[in-house]
Design a protein around this ligand. Sequence first.
Ligand code: ZN
Length: 287
Amino acid sequence: MGMIIRKHNHYPAKDVKNYYTMIFNESLSYPRPMLTILQISALTDNYIYLLHDPESKETAVIDPPVAKPVLNLLNEQNWSLKYILNTHHHWDHIGGNDELKRANRCQIAASRYDQTRIPEVDIALDEGDVIQLGDQQLNVFETPGHTLGHIVFYAKESQALFCGDTLFGMGCGRLFEGSAEQMWHSLLRIKLLPAETHIYCAHEYTENNGRFALTLEPQNSRLHQRMSQIRQQRVAGLSTIPSTLADELATNPFLRTDCTELQTQLGLQNASEIEVFAKIRQLKDKF
Ligand SMILES: [Zn+2]
């Protein structure tokens, strides 16, 4: 789309704790600056996101499994947190909440469903709620499937979706609590967003997911192209996230349940898309 410039800091792959990616906007076509989005690697393959509104200086963090790298980066940028946003209750998305809350006196916002599973939630979120960072809006969508309380945050003006463990690069989250039908509907919701939306998921699983995708669609040339790019990025120790929704629509089997080649490959030409989805999920669980 040419409006967003991605700057990757070339840290060695093993130095993941200090690795982050800065994405900013140089376009004049927006009435005000978009959110500044910083990506922090944590644990083995988690991504934490810092969202900062340059006008109001308000900042939020999404899904911190640990506090330290977030505190370091906040300190370096001279920002302080207004919100901790959690997409769901798994420990690798909330482990840093307590320490960050104590250090910043910020508020924790999570889905109403997870209010009893995430300690010290200050704001219980429902479908359609909006979190404000200055004038920037983050819309809350409920996307049950991976867990029943899973939510995602959509920043329309910044063309960014923070989707936790619902959608991954070429994959989707496992069905720990929800049904295949719920997850398929959650993904359908995401599919209907603008194709240029940047997909900020919570894990670096893209390469493995892509290997699985190739077993289902060996003739998909976009998939082959993306995989060779992904392999180069991983060899260089770079993040493959964010992708765009357009990338995912072209290569992510979980968003392609309507694709004839894929249905044929699975012997499910006459099945419903939910059945196709359930089969892909089942195969991926064993991949
Ligand atoms: Zn999870």
